[in-house]
Design a protein around this ligand. Sequence first.
Ligand SMILES: NC(=O)c1ccc[n+]([C@@H]2O[C@H](COP(=O)([O-])OP(=O)(O)OC[C@H]3O[C@@H](n4cnc5c(N)ncnc54)[C@H](OP(=O)(O)O)[C@@H]3O)[C@@H](O)[C@H]2O)c1
Length: 245
Amino acid sequence: MTIDLAGRVALVTGGSRGIGQAIAAALSGAGAKVAVLGRDAARAEAAAQALGAGSLAVTADVADAAQVTAALERVEQGLGPVDILVNNAGLTKDGLLARMSGDDWDAVLDANLKGAFLLTKAVTRGMMKRRWGRVINITSVVGVRGNPGQANYAASKAGLIGFTKSVARELASRNVLVNAIAPGFIDTDMTRALSEAQREALIGQIPLGRLGRGADVAGAVLFLASDLADYITGHVLVVDGGMVM
Ligand SMILES: NC(=O)c1ccc[n+]([C@@H]2O[C@H](COP(=O)([O-])OP(=O)(O)OC[C@H]3O[C@@H](n4cnc5c(N)ncnc54)[C@H](OP(=O)(O)O)[C@@H]3O)[C@@H](O)[C@H]2O)c1
């Protein structure tokens, strides 16, 4: 059995760097046409160019409904209707609850959770009509077990798990499969702020003895996007080197 996504159109939010960039490369490598969405136009353009022919860059803030609508129109015009949506865009604004501002709460919930809602709602209409679709939401182990200093981020990622399971139930009869992936600690811009001591302490909690790579998460996305996962929906696949088992 091989993974062949030729003829499929994928949209990866936050595909301009980090985990999303690795996901976009994996989907493109399997033959899909891939749209990369980010806020920074130059970065998204560079990421799409690196993928080569059949890829497209679009710029939008996923929390902004009008920008999402405009970006999806550009993807449809450029590549065709979206078959595979990867809700990967996300951000952190860490702080202990006692000091967390309402703005930092809203910014994280808007990007990480409302963004997935806006994009999923928009693309699943066509998927349902075509009786084929895959939505893959990138949550986090932090949404499963919590983390001090990340109440906003953990709430957004736990919310994404509830969203995944509810929408999976709503759309299963139309063969639109909705799953989540919960990465552990992956080496990207998001985690590079950790000190060397924090990094070593973390690695000590990971049975596989290293931080994850974007490609580790991308492999799981590729599987869930493929025909190999035809009978899987509403699942949360943990990709964390064994950390939370
Ligand atoms: N790294 C980890 O250890 C880890 C662990 C578990 C889960 N995750 C999740 O995995 C996903 C990717 O994380 P990462 O580590 O690759 O992060 P990253 O390196 O910080 O990259 C974040 C990506 O999301 C985009 N983005 C952020 N906010 C956006 C918004 N409002 N609208 C559109 N695009 C937005 C960024 O675009 P710009 O470049 O334009 O800013 C960038 O492409 C996130 O959802 C994160 O929560 C990460």
